[in-house]
Design a protein around this ligand. Structure first.
Ligand SMILES: O=CC(=O)O
Length: 239
């Protein structure tokens, strides 16, 4: 019951003739909603601000206190323009950004990934994990990011070299990070990301709306029935 199937051994499935169903495209819209929420929460420091409020550190004397960065007039780069990436781009369209950069497997992208990470104020990773995309955000690419860049990952933890990311955050070489996915999951409570103020972490809840999870469950049940009936699944992975 997921869109991604990077956790499944496809070679073994094929070898033993086991069919694989998934829930592709059902959750794209709601994951895009999560992405926009995470982007704004990270860029505008919602959790840090909330923490300040509840611990009595609210200062209203300093006009720049708790200032984050606006999405308006910014350059946003989306790595991976599949169903989720396109849905994110459509939602961003109403934010009056100055430029949208993207890279994708299908259509010829206008920029390379290196150019995208170098030029973007906000970088969104929404690509599927496979051998080609593992560590697509590597140490070298993190080093190219703007010092105020905000990185959001809603794909899979292993798309990012997390150790290199932690180093960059520690040294304030990037602005902030919003992660709905990380390595490992659940993240151990002693992981350095947990204590960082410029990091917003969500426990992989990208598709967790009641409506979407219900729809995913129904498709999964239909997929199982289709296998038992030896008929076509609603969503089947071609092995
Ligand atoms: O991560 C969620 C999914 O693959 O459905």
């Amino acid at each position: 019951m997921s869109v991604g199937y990077d956790h499944v051994d496809l070679i073994a499935m094929k070898k033993y003739g086991v069919r694989l169903g998934h829930t592709s495209n059902i959750s794209s819209e709601v994951i895009a909603e999560t992405t926009i929420g995470l982007l704004i929460a990270t860029a505008r420091r919602f959790f840090e601000a909330n923490h300040a409020l509840i611990t009595g550190e609210w200062k209203d004397s300093d006009i720049f206190w708790m200032c984050g960065r606006s999405i308006r007039n910014s350059i946003v780069g989306i790595i991976g323009c599949g169903n989720i990436g396109i849905s994110i781009a459509k939602k961003l369209n109403s934010f009056n950004i100055s430029q949208l950069l993207y890279t994708s497997r299908g259509e010829k992208p206008e920029v390379t990934i290196d150019e995208l990470v170098e030029q973007s104020d906000f970088i969104i990773v929404s690509v599927a994990l496979n051998e080609d995309t593992k560590y697509i955000i590597n140490r070298k690419r993190i080093a190219k990011m703007k010092s105020h860049a905000v990185l959001v990952n809603i794909g899979r933890g292993e798309l990012i070299d997390q150790d290199a990311l932690i180093e960059a955050l520690r040294e304030n070489r990037i602005g902030g990070v919003g992660l709905d996915v990380m390595t490992p999951e659940p993240l151990p409570l002693d992981n350095p990301l947990i204590k960082m103020t410029n990091v917003v972490l969500l426990p992989h809840i990208g598709s967790s709306s009641i409506e979407t999870r219900t729809e995913m469950a129904v498709v999964t049940a239909k997929n199982i029935i289709a296998v038992l009936d030896n008929s076509a699944m609603t969503k089947e992975v071609q092995l």
